[in-house]
Each structure stands twice: as C-alpha cells, then as structure tokens.
Design a protein around this ligand. Sequence first.
Ligand code: CP
Ligand code: NVA
Length: 305
Amino acid sequence: MKDLISLHDITTEEFEQILSLTEKLKKETKAGIPHHILKGKTLAMVFAKSSTRTRVSFEVGMTQLGGYPLVLSSNDLQLGRGESIYDTAKVLERFVDGIMIRTFDHSDVVELAEHANVPVINGLTDLLHPCQALADLFTVYEHKGTLAGLKLAYVGDGNNVCHSLLFACAKAGMNMSVATPKGYECDQNIWEMAQSDAAKSGAILTQSADPIEAMSNADVVCTDTWVSMGQEDEKEARVKIFKDYQVNSTLFGKAKSDAIFIHCLPAYRGYEVTEDIIDGPRSVIFDEAENRMHVQKAVMALLMG
Ligand code: CP
Ligand code: NVA
C-alpha cells in the first residue's frame, strides 16, 4: 500500500491492520504514552475545499507522531494558478515525506499519487472520503464490539461519504442499505466495485429509494449533508428533493432500538437530521470526529513510517 486513495484499493488485511493500529495508538494517546513514529518527517496538506476536522485532525495527529504538518491552501500554491499536477507532484516529493490532499476532481488525486514518489492520502474528493469511512467503522467497532454481520443504513445523498462507506462495509463484512431519492443514487461504477468487494466478504449491499426499508433492523444509522461542497447552487432544489430522507424520530424509530447514529459532520440540523437525533443519547458524532485523528495517525504511520 503506497497511498490511501480509495478503500477499494486496499486488502482486507490492510484494512484490519489500520483499525488495529488505530486502537493501539488511541490507547497510547489517552495514556499519555508518546509515539514519535514519524519523527523528522513532513506531511504537506493541500486544501482546495474548506475543512475543520480533516485539517485539525491531520495537523494534530502528525504533531503527535513527532512529524511536521505543512498546511497549504491550493489558492496559495501555483496549482491554483494553473501549474500542473505533475510538476506539483515532482516538486513536493523533493521536500516532503507524504501528501494529504482535499480537492474536487478525484482524478487529480489519482494523478498526483501516480507521479509523486511519496505516499498520497485522499482527504476527500467529489467521489470518495476514505479517511472518514475508516473513522466511521472504527467508531462503530468501539460502540458495538464487532463489525461483521452488523447492518448500516445510509439515508440521503449517494455521495462521496456514502461511496467510501460502501467500500468500508464491504471490506468489514458489514451489511449496508442505501436509500436515496431517484437520480441521487450512488455512482454506478463505485456500486459495482463495492459489490465485487462484498462478494468476497459476504457483506450484503442494497440500494433503493425507500428509507424505511433501509432502516429496518439497522444497528447503525448514517446520513450526510444534502448539499456537498461544490453543490451550493443546487441547494434550493435539493432541500425539496431530499425532504422525505430526513433522519428524524419517526425514521430513526424504524432502526433497532439500540442503533447508534453517525454523521461525518458538518451537519445541518433541521435538514438531513433533526436535533433530537443528532444531539440525542444514541448519537456518537463526536467520538466519530475524534476518531478521524486516531485512524489517520495509523494511516500515516503505515504509509510514511
Ligand atoms: N468530516 C469532515 O471531513 O469534516 P471537515 O470537512 O471539517 O474536514
Ligand atoms: N459530502 C460532504 C462531506 C463533507 C465532509 C461534502 O463533500 O461536502
């Protein structure tokens, strides 16, 4: 594993290795045991989109590993003025030991990883958000004690977060039911790749337009914003299209009585989820946010150590 671009690209063993190293690093962090695995190393973090969690969790995580995080907005880089991905990759690799990038086009991250001879970590593209899905499943594991055989219901937009969760669930042998409005289903190519991963682990992945059906028997309930970064112009239309996909007490009530609620954040209360659910006793959103740092430390340690 040179890069972390898509969870589809990693083996089940690598997936398990990331989660078990996460558990170890989290325990050590809580106990105040230092682990300077990346002492003297530098991670460049390139942002073409806003971020709270990704930026802070990578920056603090890299510092805790003894390394140096270098935050770069793509507007400050010549990349923002048209310098090629190729030249950016060849220059950055001369200075840093790893690159984390958050951008729009997934193909830009693939191209960067192809040309940079240092590890590249996908910090979100329009297509995928692998670090988020790793943190999500680690959080589920902490709360449920297992992953294989559980059911996750994802209600809302068939977007980057949903795509990476499909790959993660398929790897973990977790069942996942997606409910989206017609026209907002998952990317067909991603869906087929996830199904082929699922065939190996025995996970059952289903997709429909029926949120009630998706919720039935769910151990974990997940949603995400209806308006992802870059879709701001579609907000008015999307709010109408997605209104029956809101996770509220009626819909959440269709899941198992001990189901937990996850959301990658930022959340828009009153839209994709109501306040009583996201701020309720079964919501684990802040554990999930914290776990971004622990899983990413594991990813950086494995790729850059
Ligand atoms: N969940 C997530 O990636 O949050 P940020 O956009 O704040 O990084
Ligand atoms: N789907 C959202 C996730 C934000 C972390 C977006 O792409 O904006």
